[in-house]
Design a protein around this ligand. Structure first.
Ligand code: SF4
Length: 478
């Protein structure tokens, strides 16, 4: 059983090769369980032999605890000391990844620009009410780069509906502009710009100069950009070298989209479990037992694609900010939403404009921030509740939710009574009244302190429950 010591294996400080080997082998066993069609049956019939046949020496009980539902339930409430060591260490590795994602959403992706910061927070909070727990996996990164126009892979499930590959941005022709753009994003957005990826509706390895672009990115931010590639096996040596190089200087989790069983087999043949410790394999082929797609983009309409749910309201978009396309010199301002007929890719496109050089890029970024992002709404601005979100008066204050998503609450305090929350909600439901209007009316009608009313309105605003000034009022919320 376990010695109970858990280490951070993604950290470069972890030099315990035996520990890493054990976690990497448990990870490989899990990948076999979730992606290799015959593995589950073979493992349950002959655990040790099946693991050995795949070159794994991790103990079979650990694999059962991690993969088999009944065994996982039996161990769920047992103390760590009772867990088999590899399972416990793998669980620690999962926790390390989850903590890292949460830190990105909560801290690392927060722009230094006050208006951008406040706008991103409102979008992130809006998504709790609109997307529910799905929002847990969205880091709302403020920036992404695309080095090409379109994508050569053409996945039938593509959640962002990437078009055909039309143009590739070559490094030698763009280096000066690229370095300028990186520096400007760092100046305006701050360190959070370093959380950007150098792909979005593109395949990073479509670009023959990806490594050079990524090197410059590292020079500016001290961070190697995260890569998700569906073309890992197009040139295996290139992928292997890039991973080895980038993980040597900066350890983080990357991803391979696995598009077929044959590609999975080739990945397993090419990379040892240790080499893939920091690479998540995403099963994206029909035979994989756990393969499901978010119903967004092409997956929404493609009947041949197995989706998590047929209903609208899903997304894979995790950007609340700018997508800078270097091939067409354009900037898009986007934020996630549930995919629908109006927004099939699960993102709201607020603006798309082009730039000609670094100076123009700076002007464009500043102008988009000025036009769309407010640190706070002006107090004389007409306020409208966001449509589609249900708000309910409760004995403690106000609850709000969208059907089948999380239910969130504003709780009254000694100073701010439930009745005051209810009064403010009634005024907001009337629609089109400003913060000053509401504070003035409630002072006259109930004697409420304007400061208390403005405080409650600020909470509504920060929770993303009020339409942004650039949004058009529609049918109000219930
Ligand atoms: S999912 Fe990724 S690789 Fe596949 S078409 Fe879309 S952008 Fe390209």
């Amino acid at each position: 059983m376990s010695d109970g010591e858990i280490r951070n294996v993604i950290s470069p400080a972890c030099d315990d090769a035996e520990y890493v080997r054990e976690v990497a082998q448990a990870k490989r066993a899990l990948e076999l369980w979730t992606m290799e069609p015959d593995f589950q049956e073979a493992f349950l019939a002959a655990p040790e032999e099946t693991l050995a046949a795949h070159g794994l020496s991790v103990d079979a009980l650990s694999v059962k605890v991690l993969c088999d539902h009944e065994t996982a339930l039996a161990y769920k409430d047992k103390p760590p000391a009772a867990w088999p060591r590899a399972a416990l260490r793998y669980r620690g590795f999962l926790r390390e990844k989850i903590m890292s994602r949460e830190r990105m959403a909560r801290e690392d992706c927060v722009p230094k620009h006050p208006a951008f910061r406040a706008w991103r927070l409102r979008q992130r909070n809006r998504c709790w009410a609109e997307l529910g727990k799905r929002n847990e996996s969205l880091i709302h990164v403020p920036l992404a780069f695309e080095l090409d126009l379109g994508c050569s892979v053409g996945c039938p499930f593509c959640g962002v509906m990437a078009g055909k590959l039309q143009k590739v941005c070559r490094y030698d022709e763009t280096a000066a502009l690229w370095k300028g753009v990186l520096t400007i994003t760092r100046e305006i957005i701050g360190d959070a710009a370093g959380q950007a990826t150098c792909y979005y509706a593109t395949e990073p390895l479509d670009n023959p100069d990806y490594e050079k672009f990524a090197d410059d990115f590292f020079d500016v931010f001290g961070i190697a950009p995260q890569i998700t590639t569906a073309a890992a096996m197009r040139k295996p040596e290139r992928t292997k070298n890039y991973l080895a190089e980038t993980l040597r200087t900066y350890r983080r989790v990357h991803r391979f989209s696995v598009l077929s069983l044959d590609i999975l087999h080739r990945i397993f043949e090419t990379f040892t479990p240790e080499e893939l410790l920091c690479v998540e394999l995403l099963p994206q082929f029909a035979e994989a037992p756990n393969n499901r797609f978010a119903s967004a983009g092409r997956a929404r309409k493609n009947k041949a694609v197995r989706v998590e749910s047929q209903e609208d309201g899903n997304t894979i978009s995790c950007i609340s900010g700018f997508i800078v396309n270097m091939a067409e010199k354009s900037v898009r301002l986007v934020t996630p939403c549930g995919a629908s007929e109006a927004c099939p890719t699960g993102e709201i496109l607020l603006a798309k404009e082009t730039f000609s050089d670094a100076g123009d890029f700076r002007r464009l970024l500043v102008s988009l921030i000025d036009r769309y992002m407010m640190a706070e709404f002006p107090k004389d601005q007409p306020l409208w509740l966001r449509p589609g979100i249900s708000l309910e008066k409760t004995a403690e204050g106000i609850a709000f939710f969208r059907a089948k998503t999380l239910r969130l609450k504003f709780l009254a305090t000694d100073d701010l009574s439930p009745a005051l929350y209810h009064d403010v909600l009634d005024k907001l439901r009337a629609g089109g009244k400003s913060a000053y209007d509401i504070a003035g009316e409630l002072m006259e009608e109930t004697g409420a302190f304007p400061a208390h009313v403005l405080f409650i309105l600020k909470k509504f605003e920060q929770a993303g429950l009020l339409l942004e000034p650039y949004e058009t009022p529609g049918p109000s919320s219930s």
